[in-house]
Design a protein around this ligand. Structure first.
Ligand code: ATP
Ligand code: MG
Length: 320
């Protein structure tokens, strides 16, 4: 991945977070937001903060939410020439509420918003070498799926790399077209970063070692397994690194996975070794969960090194 510019094609949206736990999306209550969000945007914002060269392809409306998103991405150094401002569409939105057990309920408004109405063609991609990051959740939308598959073919065709977070939500896996697109991307990917629950959804009935074996055989050279509070495991270059989780107070877990992936890929693109990139990604994910808002917990190199010297990783005696 060294020397590659990182690009994403996908949804830009703003998120509203309920302050009440439980069935808050069916009651009147207090929310905060709009928070800049969308998995590909969270990922790319973090990659840029970690010093990578980046460009985002997506759509926003000509409205306050769209301006908020563009301002945040630009302030953090993300290239936004690929973001279309669509005068006749509203910016995509999502509402989220948490339950006491940490699970969450989302309502997404993406279909027919600016988020899925982008006018992307592969000719719009900047000169290479490119690394395209695919967040699998985007493949659930037909227009985004078409754009992402054409970007992936163009990037692979010009010798570039594909990185993928196979965010394998059950709804996604039940949609034949989305599942087929995910299988195609998995076959093209050079670096895969699943969470342990993604492995269960991708390969039901297989244990972790067998699922990892399947992914390695699909052609990826680098794997990062995300384990939530238990940390992460990095596999590549004939080695395996188990990174225990950091002990933090989890305020809002949304975005931790994207922040982990953005840190990891950005560091690899700058020539950092696998173990060190994993160590910093593991810290970035832990920092991310301590802040409310999907992108608000993103961080840069100085914050990560301060965190690593003050918050040691905990290797045992704790359940995720
Ligand atoms: P997302 O909800 O964004 O899809 P994910 O399921 O892809 O997240 P997680 O495994 O939840 O990914 O989190 C990504 C990384 O963030 C973990 O591998 C770990 O490094 C860090 N992390 C997440 N939650 C915690 C936590 N409670 N304590 C410490 N570190 C955490
Ligand atoms: Mg995930």
């Amino acid at each position: 991945l060294e020397g590659h510019k990182i690009v994403t094609v996908g949804e830009l949206l703003v998120e509203f977070i309920s302050h009440t736990k439980g069935c808050a999306l069916e009651r009147i209550g207090e929310f905060s937001g709009p928070y800049p969000s969308g998995a590909p945007a969270i990922f790319l914002d973090q990659a840029s903060r970690m010093g990578a060269e980046t460009e985002m392809f997506g759509g926003v409306g000509d409205d306050g939410f769209g301006r908020l998103l563009l301002e945040r991405l630009r302030a953090d150094g993300v290239g936004t020439e690929g973001v279309s401002v669509l005068p006749d569409r509203s910016t995509g939105t999502a509402f989220v509420s948490y339950y006491d057990d940490g699970s969450r309920d989302f309502i997404f408004h993406l279909a027919n918003t600016a988020a899925d109405s982008l006018s992307f063609t592969a000719e719009m991609l900047p000169p290479g070498p490119l690394a395209l990051h695919v967040s699998a959740a985007s493949l659930g939308s037909a227009p985004l799926r078409r754009a992402i598959l054409s970007a992936a073919d163009a990037v692979k065709g010009s010798g570039g790399k594909i990185t993928c977070d196979p965010n394998a939500r059950p709804q996604l896996m039940q949609d034949d077209e989305a599942r087929g697109a995910l299988e195609r991307i998995l076959g093209q990917a050079d670096c895969l970063m699943p969470s342990t629950s993604d492995l269960d959804h991708l390969y039901p009935g297989l244990d972790e070692a067998a699922a990892i074996d399947r992914l390695v055989h699909s052609g990826a050279e680098i794997l990062a397994i995300k384990r939530g509070a238990k940390g992460a495991t990095i596999i590549g270059d004939g080695a395996k690194y188990d990174l225990p989780g950091h002990d933090v107070d989890e305020v809002d877990p949304t975005g931790a996975g994207d922040c982990f992936c953005g840190t990891f890929v950005a560091l690899l693109a700058q020539g950092v070794g696998l173990e060190e990139a994993g160590r910093q990604a593991n810290a970035a994910g832990a920092i991310a969960v301590t802040r409310r808002g999907p992108m608000e917990g993103n961080s840069g190199p100085s914050q990560i090194s301060a965190f690593l010297s003050s918050t040691p990783a905990v290797s045992d005696g704790r359940e995720a």
